[in-house]
Design a protein around this ligand. Structure first.
Ligand code: SAH
Length: 212
């Protein structure tokens, strides 16, 4: 159920659904998604679906991970990137090999700790994790060439926009529990931003505060 053939089938499916960035597809082909979920669910690891990871949270659907990663990288290679919502660490492990430095924040400590172990197991050394409320971004590490949020606020947080470099790209689901849209915000200049709505999505909400 976790064999390379099963994984290759998922990659073929992503390609059929329009994912075209071969580097993204190759990282996803090589990444063992089953280590990011409980053993009881690992037989479903290569289905194209979100799955529970505890604390009312989910590991993201592979198609959405691919789509967001591809969109973030669409304008060329990225240096510093911020991820809001580490969760299981799956999206983190797909993004890390494709950027120079990845900063990832998570508000639920036990999820963050598990993610840290998995990222270590995979030997990913350019990832910096922090237990914090990521709605505020990670100001001391800004500006970021890219920001990817895996949880949905009602509106794009101003702090995240302000932590983008000029030309930087922010990909973020926005909206309530049953009407979210994936937004791509690009910082055109110091005070100009463009926003493009990509598609309807379903993410867990961005919540404030932290859980120990
Ligand atoms: N891409 C992750 C998805 C995790 S679900 C994966 O593949 O596993 C989204 C995560 O965002 C959850 O773990 C949730 O705790 C976290 N989250 C929600 N609001 C947050 C906030 N304000 N700051 C940091 N993390 C947040």
């Amino acid at each position: 159920m976790t064999s390379q053939r099963t994984r290759d089938r998922l990659i073929n499916r992503l390609r059929e659904q329009g994912i075209a960035n071969e580097r993204v597809l190759e990282v996803m082909r090589q990444t063992p998604r089953h280590i990011f979920i409980d053993e009881a669910l690992s037989h479903r690891a290569y289905e194209d679906t979100a799955l529970p990871i505890g604390f009312n949270q989910t590991i993201s659907q592979p198609f959405i991970v691919a789509r967001m990663t591809e969109t973030l990288l669409a304008d060329g290679p990225l240096g510093k990137v911020l991820e809001v919502g580490t969760g299981s660490g799956y999206q983190t492990s797909i993004l890390a090999p494709l950027v120079s430095e990845l900063f990832s924040v998570e508000r639920i400590r036990p999820l963050q700790e598990k993610a840290r172990e998995r990222l270590k197991l995979l030997g990913l050394k350019n990832v910096h994790l922090k237990h914090t409320d990521g709605g505020m971004g990670w100001a001391v590490k800004a500006p970021f060439d890219g920001i990817l949020a895996a949880c949905a606020p009602e509106e794009v947080p101003e702090e995240l926009k302000q932590q983008l470099a000029i030309g930087g790209r922010l990909i973020i689901p926005v909206g309530g529990s049953d009407n979210q849209e994936l937004n791509l915000v690009i910082r055109l200049s110091e005070d100009e931003f463009s926003t493009e709505v990509l598609e309807c999505v379903k993410f867990v909400p961005l919540l404030s505060g932290t859980v120990r």
